[in-house]
Design a binder for this molecule. Sequence first.
Ligand code: CS2
Length: 483
Amino acid sequence: MSAHLLSPQWREPAIGIVHLGVGNFHRAHEALYTEEAMLAQPGDWGICGVTLQGDVSKRDALMKQNGLYSVVERGPEGVRVTVVRALREVLAMPFDRARLFALFADERVRIVSLTVTEKGYCRDPQTGDADFSHPGVAHDLMRPEEASTVPGILCAALKARRDAGKPPFTVLSCDNLSHNGDALRQAVCSFARRLDPALAEWIEMQVAFPSTMVDRIVPATTEADREAAQAALGVLDEVPVPCEPFRQWVIEDRFPCGRPAWETAGAQLVDDVAPFEVAKLRMLNATHSTLAYLSMLAGFETISDAVGHAPLRALIHDMMTHEIAPTLDVPASFDLLAYRDALLARYANPALRHRCAQIAMDGSQKMPPRILSTIAVRLAAGRSIERLALATAAWFTFLRGRADDGTRYRIDDPLADRLTKAACDANTPDHLVDAMLAVSDVLPSDLARNSALREALIRAVAKLRGGALAAISEYTRVDKGVA
Ligand code: CS2
C-alpha cells in the first residue's frame, strides 16, 4: 500500500466553489474530480466546505490538517490512498456565518454545490415547494439574516449578490433526488416568493440549477481507515474517507459563470441528466434500500454480507431484471443488464464495509424516489410489483425497531416518531399496511388508494412475519407463482 498525490504540480487556487454539506461523499467525489480538473486545466476552483449542523469538530480536524485528507479506495485488488488538496477552507454554520456570507458575496465564487441529503432540501412532499410548516423554514422566513435551512441560506446568499449588482453563482445539487436541480430550484424560488417576490423573479431569470447524477459508494469512516491512511502516509490523518474504486458523475452542462474542466477527470457533461439519474435511483439506490431493510430484519451487517446470501442476491437481481429495468427509458447505448451486473459486483466488494444501518436511515425521504415511483409506473402499466412490494413491506416492518431475532435498533428518520408509533401500534399485516398507506407525506394518494398495491403489501408483510430469510427465499421463486 502506498500514498500518492494526484500530481506534485499544484498551484494554490482561490476559492471558486462553496460546498454545503462537506461530508464523506463530497470529499470522495466532487472534491476529487475538482482537484483532477484543476491539475488538467488550472483555475481558481478551490473549495470551501461548510457543515450546516454546527459540527465544529469536523471543521477543526480538517483545518488542523490545512484542509488535506486522504481518500482510501478499497477494492478487491487492494487499498489505494490519495491525498486530496482541493478543499481549502472549512466552515461550521452557524458559527462562521460572517465568513460564509463574505464568500457568497465574492464574485470569484461561481458555484455553490450541495450534498445535504434528501431531508436537507426541506421540501413539501406534496407540492415540491419549500415546506412552510418546517420549523427551520418558518424561522428563516421570519429572520432571513439568521437563515439555517438550505432554501433560507441560498435565498439570503443570492439576495446579497443581487443587491450588490453582481452576477449570481450556479447552484449545483449533488444529492440523490429525482431531477435534483429542478427540485432545488423550486424549493428556493418558492421560499424567495414569500420573502421577496422580486428576488424570486430574479432567481428564476438569472440563476442556473443544473441537475446531476452522482455515484460512488462511500461508507462512514472507521478506525481501520485511519490505520490504513497512517500506514500509507506515515502521519496520522484524523479524517480519511473510505470509498470504492468506482465513481461516476453525469452533469447537465449549464454553468453561465464557468466551471472546472470536470470532463478531464471523467465526468460526463450532457444536455439531459434525467435518464441517468432515474436509472441510478431506481436500480442502485432502490436495491440498496431493499438490501438494507431486509438485512436489518435478517441480521446482515453490511451490503457485502447481504449479497453474499445467494437468495437475497437473486432477489435483487430479479427485481432489477423484471420489475425495474423495464420501467427505464435510457439511450440505446445504456446497457441496463450490464449496469445491473456491475452493481452486483460493486455490492460484493469485500473490502468495503458499507453498513446496512447507514443506508436504512431516512426511509421516508428515500422510498418515494427509489421504490414507490417504480411501483407507480408498474401499476399504471398493469404489471406485477411483488418484489417491489416486498421491499416496501420490509421498510414498514423495519420501522418497528426490532430485528427478527429480537435485537432492537434505533430508527433514524425525520418522521421517526410518527412512523414508529404507527408501525408498533399495528397488530396485523393489514393494520400495518393501512397505517403506513395513510402517511400522506410518503405515499401519494393515488398509490395509497390502489387495491393491488395494498394486497401485495399485506401479502409481503404477512410473509415477513415468518422471518425475513424465509420471505426472501419465497420471493426468489416469485416468477414461478409462489409468493
Ligand atoms: C445509499 C447511497 O446511503 C444510501 O442511501 O444508497 O448513499 C449510495 O451509496 C450512493 O448513492 C451511491 O452513489
